[in-house]
Design a protein around this ligand. Structure first.
Ligand code: G
Ligand code: G
Ligand code: MN
Ligand code: NA
Length: 256
């Protein structure tokens, strides 16, 4: 309870910070997008990653105001880059949505109003949902996802491959991006099963006309294996770590 109050207070006190991890074209390293990743600049414990607080936020529902804060902050920041560097107009912004956010009746209104307020264009925004959301989607959830898609927003399935997405469902959902979970990318060189999952997701993406993004690329060998499979976009420490806003804006200026 005390930690929940502290977390809710952090949102109110603007103790949260958004970092941005670049996503690149695997073949060239060119910047294609950024993923917003929340950090908590805790007054005593220092800069905390989501591992230290997202689970509690999800359990207590604090993730809903937190997620709204992240979406607004990320859209505002990225709208600033677009004004500063007009050539970056195709750069995509990805923001994670927690299952609790997807379950909110007012999700679509919240997203629409943040886009209107910040001026960030819906067709450059990707919202990442977790595989658990699409496992057994209820009609209201599907309706919300379709409404987001109809605004021009792309929907990505994050950590893909870790759950058991019904493939028949996947095809009928308004999802256009699959993000291969880092655990499979990590094993791509030495673990034939991990490699097979990567190949399967790349092929699935091709069959369903979805973009496949590989996460957690840490070596040139992993990048090369993914390129050979036909995967075109990736993220990972091999290319870029998550960057604080000041470094993200400098990267956008340098790249465009
Ligand atoms: O930044 P880091 O790699 O430590 O993120 C760890 C996890 O936290 C990832 O699974 C990521 O999806 C999640 N995460 C990061 N930022 C957010 C956010 O703003 N909202 C939600 N719901 N999850 C986030
Ligand atoms: O779950 P999600 O994919 O949204 O979260 C991305 C998380 O993965 C972030 O917390 C980010 O810091 C982390 N991450 C990104 N690239 C790498 C990587 O190459 N290696 C490792 N170990 N973690 C990574
Ligand atoms: Mn993500
Ligand atoms: Na992920």
């Amino acid at each position: 309870k005390a930690r929940e109050a502290e977390l809710r207070g952090a949102v109110a006190a603007d103790e949260l910070v958004v970092y941005f991890q670049p996503a690149v074209a695997l073949a060239t390293g060119e910047l294609r997008g950024v993923e917003a990743l929340v950090r908590w600049n805790h007054p005593v414990r220092g800069l905390l990653g989501p591992g230290a607080f997202i689970e509690l936020a999800e359990e207590t529902g604090a993730v809903v105001p937190l997620g709204t804060w992240v979406l607004r902050a990320a859209c505002r920041e990225a709208a600033g880059w677009r004004a500063d560097t007009p050539a970056a107009d195709e750069l995509r912004l990805s923001v994670n949505l927690s299952p609790k956010q997807v379950a909110q009746a007012d999700l679509v209104r919240t997203v629409e109003s943040i886009l209107a307020e910040t001026g960030f264009p819906p067709d450059r925004l990707t919202l990442e949902i977790t595989e658990s959301v699409i496992l057994r989607p209820d009609p209201l959830t599907i309706g919300r996802l379709e409404a987001l898609r109809d605004l021009g927003i792309d929907l990505a399935v994050d950590d893909f491959g870790t759950g058991y997405s019904a493939l028949s469902y996947l095809r009928s959902l308004p999802v256009s991006v699959l993000k291969i979970d880092r655990s499979f990318v990590t094993g791509i060189a030495d673990d034939p099963e991990a490699r097979s999952v990567c190949e399967a997701v790349v092929h699935l993406g091709g069959a369903f006309r979805m973009t496949v993004v590989a996460e957690g690329i840490e070596t040139a060998e992993q990048a090369a294996a993914l390129i050979e499979m036909g995967c075109t976009i990736g993220q990972g420490f091999y290319f870029h770590r998550p960057l604080p806003p000041s470094e993200a804006v400098a990267l956008v200026r340098r790249e465009f």
